[in-house]
Ligand binder design. Sequence first.
Ligand SMILES: Cc1ncc(COP(=O)(O)O)c(C=O)c1O
Length: 245
Amino acid sequence: MPNIPLVDLKANYARHKEGIDAAMKEVIDNTAFIQGPAVKQFEADFAAFSQVKYAVGRVASGTAALHLAMVAAGIGPGDVVATPSHTFIATVEAISYTGATPRFIEIDPETGLMDPQELKKNIDGVKLVLPVHIHGRPVDLDAIGAICADAGIPLIEDAAQAQGSDYIKADGTKVRCGGYGLAACFSFYPGKNLGAFGDAGAVTTNDEAFAKKVAQLRDHGRTSKYVHEMLGFPERLDTRCRPPS
Ligand SMILES: Cc1ncc(COP(=O)(O)O)c(C=O)c1O
């Protein structure tokens, strides 16, 4: 039996070696190691790819994306966040970092995704709904979005595994994962659909003020040089070279 690895980062690198090496050299030549011009370009490219209106807050990892998005949404101690019973641990860690408590919602055993009926039954007292597009398969965003709208609470997508996934509505319209609710959180861990050269993540949103808040939170609460208006975090994205076009 041939040994075919599920993820082969070396083969991927070999395919694009020339472009990647040149981009890496440019980063080092410019010594623009943190939030450099390549990161800004990536922000614009990923926002366009994810079909989001305004902005992408680039952050250090998918976990940081989830944590910062929840802080920006006002989630904190005493709050309850509904999330599926089947996900990677980071979803739940990020909820715990805010001081909130996770409420686990049963999944549909066929899809492994949050079951909207179970969410509906357990929505009382929930301050935020955080469904997960596990294995890149989108949750039923319309059903979950309607429950959130009825309850008057925001929806943030854990899209760590779903770069480029399309949610298909009942009428056949496609909606790219990343802009359905208040925000979506992506991971660019090396083995993901779109992997970085190290840890990396992003928050996408169609809400300009929310994007600004996430950008501020990831950079020590900074608005401009030496002006720090809120308690933030050291969660900026290093310049880890953009994929060659
Ligand atoms: C569903 C899910 N959420 C969050 C994360 C966290 O991403 P990161 O490893 O970039 O912190 C992952 C990573 O595997 C994930 O699969």
